[in-house]
Design a protein around this ligand. Structure first.
Ligand code: PXP
Length: 254
């Protein structure tokens, strides 16, 4: 399969809200950041409404829903409270993620093999409401098979292990896992997204995996936006992704 020229970029604006919550005030407003991200070339806006509301607030999700021209992707735990919220706000897409109060950020993918029933139940209610359901999973064939059994339309492959690899061998091994999982999911008819820990240096190899349709990227873009502005930070990430999609295997980047 040839690499598609275009890969969608979902910009995760959670950490704009993290800066605001440092003072529990009004600035910077993630809703304005969402607008500027779209001007810079984002195809989607991603927000994670966490149980502890440490960054994104319900108000942010509702205002982005009302104002963005891009696709809204709500990251959420597969629990009753969040399911009700999603059914009320109606994001275009819901990405189900594991959530622990004590973690700094999402650690690893959902274990669908253990939690298949609970995830299936929440996914079915979201699907019935016309919301595209994506499951955040590790690049592992058993998890991909379970996502297919659950009848999700998409998976988001967890790229955190790749991003944290410190040697060339490890990076290569993690990319092989991602490429194999992406191919398997695509053959099963799932849409394939990826994200977590991607930055301006490591995104090219992931973007070169031809089955990927969407990358969700937050921390690196928001960090750069503090220095160069959101619009410019998104443009530069788009350029890095397009460099990866330029043709040829991901192996040219390791
Ligand atoms: N995808 C998922 C499912 C996530 O939970 C996160 C972090 O909220 C991201 C992508 C973005 O990760 P990062 O902020 O490291 O780019």
């Amino acid at each position: 399969m040839k690499a598609e020229p275009m890969l969608r970029l979902g910009v995760n604006i959670d950490h704009v809200a993290t800066v605001r919550q440092a003072r529990r005030g009004h600035h910077p407003d993630p809703v304005i950041a969402a607008g500027l991200a779209v001007v810079g070339g984002a195809s989607g806006i991603t927000v994670h409404l966490r149980e502890d509301r440490r960054h994104i607030q319900e108000r942010d999700v509702r205002l982005v829903r009302a104002t963005t021209t891009a696709c809204l992707n709500l990251e959420m735990a597969a629990v009753e409270e969040m399911c009700r919220f999603a059914l009320d706000v109606r994001p275009d897409e819901a990405t189900l993620v594991p959530e622990k109060r004590e973690e700094l950020t999402t650690e690893g993918g959902l274990d669908l093999v253990t939690h298949e029933r609970a995830v299936r139940e929440i996914a079915a209610r979201l699907l019935d409401a016309g919301i595209l359901v994506s499951l955040f999973i590790d690049p592992n064939p058993r998890q991909v098979e379970a996502a297919h059994r659950i009848k999700a339309q998409a998976i988001e492959l967890q790229t955190g292990s790749y991003s944290e690899a410190t040697t060339r061998e490890d990076r290569k091994a993690r990319l092989v896992e991602l490429a194999e999982a992406a191919l398997m999911a695509h053959q099963l008819g799932l849409r394939v997204h990826a994200g977590h820990g991607l930055d301006y240096q490591n995104v090219q190899a992931v973007a070169a995996i031809p089955q990927l349709e969407e990358l969700n990227i937050g921390h690196s873009i928001v960090s750069r936006s503090i220095l160069v502005g959101m619009e410019q930070a998104v443009r530069q990430m788009r350029q890095a992704m397009d460099q990866g999609r330029g043709g040829g295997s991901w192996e040219r980047f390791i």
